[in-house]
Structures are given as structure tokens and as C-alpha cells.
Design a protein around this ligand. Sequence first.
Ligand code: ATP
Ligand code: SF4
Ligand code: MG
Length: 322
Amino acid sequence: MPPLLELRNVKMYYGVTNGVVKAVDGVSFVLNKGEAMALVGESGSGKSSLAFTIIRLLPRNVAEFSGEILLHDEELGTVDLAKMSEEELRRKIRWKKISMVFQASMNALNPILKVQDQMVEPLVLHLGLSKQEAIKIAEEALLSVGLAKDVLTRYPFELSGGMKQRVVIAMAIMMKPKLVILDEPTSALDVITQANIMNLLKELKAKFDLSYILITHDIALASEIADKIGVMYAGKIVEIAPSDIFFRKPKHPYSQKLLAAVPSLREEKAIEYIPGDVPSLINPPTGCRFHPRCPYMIKGKCEREEPPRKQVEGSEVACWLY
Ligand code: ATP
Ligand code: SF4
Ligand code: MG
């Protein structure tokens, strides 16, 4: 069976006054049906940009966009989202095949517009459903995320943060997509509510055989649900590995630093901070982009040549140490 989603050398650069921001710079990976991939990496590494690129919701200042974004779908066959028209994406792909929970989206719900209006309107407007059909779909989706139907008639200001996030997740799953991209879905919530939302995501994944791309700063959270982990650094994926292998033995020096920066409840250990800043994506470092911060940097090699991604003991790593 072909994978659900396959990215091949995807690039997306933003044009700014002083150059181009190489936010997504040659990203390739495969996501299987029913699989959850967590995308981790520091702020500004390009995670949200990659998400927007996949669903093709790009701002006007895009300077370059290339590569293939292949979706293998039972109904549509294999389609390249990178080549689809805006009209086709709207009619065939968004909501129905791929949906997205945007970063901070629960706060984007309009507090003085009833949930019903916000859930039903896109279905009527973009997918041409009747209002009656749309209400029925919205009610079912609310039940799936553990909310009562009558939440439809409430205003977001009447709901708790956890309930609002459930509404946003209900919107993402209501058209039964195959893939849901979740951009920091729990970062605005307290720890208990975070755990409840993660449990909900696990339930929905099993129930609807969903695939996820889960973007998070929180590696501990990623370990709860992800079948595999992709580590993004300065616009590139530097390591991608099955979760069990990744957490047992992260191979890229940046992945090792990321894990060492996670506080542990069980053992007393000093948290290590990653020295230096995320590099500029306008003038990224030459060779391996991590070389200015890497303790293992090989002089004469790492700052000159970009390491290709290689198979190393079940992981894929882009580093000259391997
Ligand atoms: P965070 O974890 O903080 O959400 P991120 O990994 O999601 O970060 P992005 O938001 O994808 O990172 O940003 C990647 C880079 O692209 C950053 O340098 C950011 O400033 C830049 N960027 C994002 N959107 C635009 C835009 N519309 N125009 C120009 N540059 C942008
Ligand atoms: Fe460090 Fe070199 Fe590996 Fe980059 S390629 S992570 S600089 S050892
Ligand atoms: Mg982001």
C-alpha cells in the first residue's frame, strides 16, 4: 500500500525586503495511513511554514515554492497538492482529505459568534452543504470529541479553554479527513487539560484511522502519541525516526541536545540548554546548518558540505558523524 502522504524535496521561501527566508528548504518524508508523526524543533525552525505548505495556505509573499506533495487517496488516486489549483484544493482536499488545527486557533474562535455559526458556515460556504446537513455533521463531530450537541448554541466566551480546543478539533475532523495537521494543539492549556486532549487525539486516531502531523515544542507530549518523530532545524528535517528508536537513541547532535533539554520528573538531572540561537533563515550557515552550535563539528567538512540524510540503525539522519 502506498503511503498516505509523501513529500519530495519541498521548498517554500518567503520574500522579505532584505532577501528570502528559507523557511522550508528541501523537506522530504513519508507518512503512512494511520500514522502520527510529531514534528519538533525550536521556535522559528519552519514547522508552521511546513504545515501551511502541505495544505497550501500560503501568504502572498512566497518567493519560491517547489517540490512534490503527493497524496495517495482511494477516491482521488495519487495527486500532487503542489500542482493543484486553489479551486481544486478547496473543493477536494481541505477539510475532506486534510484539515488543520492552527497554532492558537482556539483563541481565534470569535467569542461573540455562536459555535454553530463558526462550525456550519465553512461547510455551507466552501463545500456547498445545506444548513440542515451541516448542522447534523457539526453535532456528530461535537459528540465525537466528548462535547454535548447543545455546545452549538453556545458562545465561545462561555466555554473553557479545553472545551474550545475540543470545538476546534471537532471542526478539523467533521468532514472525516484522512490527515489532520495539529499545530501546537495543547500549548495554551494547563497540564491536566493537555493530557485530556492528548487522550482525545489518541481515541480519534484509533476510531477514524487518522494520520496526524503533530507540531509541538513539547517532546514529552510528542512521545505520548507519535509513531515517529521528525526533527526540524533551520528549515530542514535533520532526523526522522520511529519513536522508540528516537527516544532510546537520538542520533543527530541537535536531537540529542533537544532531548537533554527536557526536564525529567523521575531523575534529578541538570537541564542542558542548547547554546547559541536558531540561525537566520535569510543567510543560513553554510554546510551543515547546525555547525555553529555543534560540539562535534568536524572542521573543514561540516561548515563546507551539507550532509545528506542517511539510514543509520533504523533512523534517517543528516550528519557527517554517520
Ligand atoms: P514556532 O515554534 O515559534 O511556532 P515555527 O517552527 O512554526 O516556530 P515558522 O513560523 O514556520 O516557525 O517560521 C519559520 C521562519 O519563517 C521564521 O524565521 C519566521 O520569522 C519566518 N516567517 C514566517 N512567516 C513568514 C512570512 N509570512 N513572511 C516572512 N517570513 C515569515
Ligand atoms: Fe555536527 Fe557536523 Fe553532524 Fe552538523 S554534520 S550535526 S556540524 S557533526
Ligand atoms: Mg509555529
